[in-house]
Design a protein around this ligand. Structure first.
Ligand code: DGL
Length: 266
């Protein structure tokens, strides 16, 4: 069983890609909506949330974790991954692979404030191509719009346009380096125009999830998806249906998680 987590609905863009690539796999997806947005939190809180989310997924039966939150990966790059008994697929690695495969040399990374603060994307990209031009842009206004179900209106269009105006003209591509952002892709496409490539790291992440599942002996199930939120269960069920459509093989529920036994999380 694969385990995925995010602070909220963004991770569904990774879930969708993984589900399409692995139709039979059992998947458990955790949305930590009690603490969204992660991007405005400090690193101590983010480390505690990362530890708790991974521990919960392991306890729920996941035998590998497919990361669906860039902010958590960025913090893990700086502070280390928690000790876990399962393999963890880093989303930033997948994003870097997507960039280097295309031979890109000048990219903008649009991400949460916390991700940009770590410099994790710049580090990962320049570790592969030292001469890579990387512009990291924080976009804190976008996640709350997606969580509020306001991804289609004028407010979302204007917020994305404001972020894209900060992309240098020399950029060949923009990395959608927060999993909430592909939900706003139509606005990114309109603001960036046809000459700037938009990269969703979920595509390569799903490809690597297939390799991981094969190593572990796939196909391994009946394509069931268990979706869990730390927030409001009824609201989450409606949000799932809106973003992913109806699926009889999907069940959703709300749970309470114990965060930060030795670290404080608001
Ligand atoms: N979707 C997450 C990410 O990829 C976190 C967004 C947030 O909660 O700020 O970074």
């Amino acid at each position: 069983m694969l385990g995925l987590f995010d602070s909220g609905l963004g991770g569904l863009t990774v879930l969708r890609a993984v589900r399409a690539a692995l139709p039979d796999e059992e998947i458990v997806f955790l949305a930590d909506q009690a603490h969204v947005p992660y991007g405005d939190r400090n690193e101590e809180e983010l480390v505690a949330l990362l530890q708790a989310n991974i521990a919960w997924l392991e306890a729920a039966g996941a035998d590998a974790i497919v990361m669906a939150c860039n902010t958590s990966c960025a913090v893990a790059q700086r502070h280390g991954w928690p000790i876990a008994g399962v393999r963890i697929l880093d989303l930033i690695e997948s994003a870097a692979l997507a960039v280097t495969r295309r031979g890109l040399r000048d990219v903008a990374v649009i991400a949460t404030t916390a991700t940009v603060r770590t410099g994790a994307y710049g580090n990962a990209l320049r570790a592969r191509v030292p001469s890579m031009q990387v512009t990291e842009i924080a976009a804190p206004a976008l996640v709350p719009l997606v969580e509020a179900g306001e991804s289609e209106g004028e407010r979302a269009r204007a917020a994305v346009a404001e972020v894209c105006a900060r992309v240098p003209a020399s950029c060949e591509a923009v990395l959608l380096a927060c999993t909430h952002f592909p939900v706003l892709d139509a606005h990114f496409a309109a603001a960036l125009g046809p000459n700037v490539l938009r990269i969703d790291p979920a595509i390569v992440q799903a490809e690597r999830a297939v390799a991981l599942a094969i190593e572990a002996g796939s196909p391994r199930g009946h394509g069931r998806t268990r979706c869990v939120t730390t927030g409001d269960g009824a609201r989450f069920a409606a949000q799932l249906e809106m973003i992913l459509g109806k699926d009889p093989a999907r069940a959703s529920e709300a749970v309470r998680l114990e965060y930060g036994r030795d670290r404080k999380v608001r």
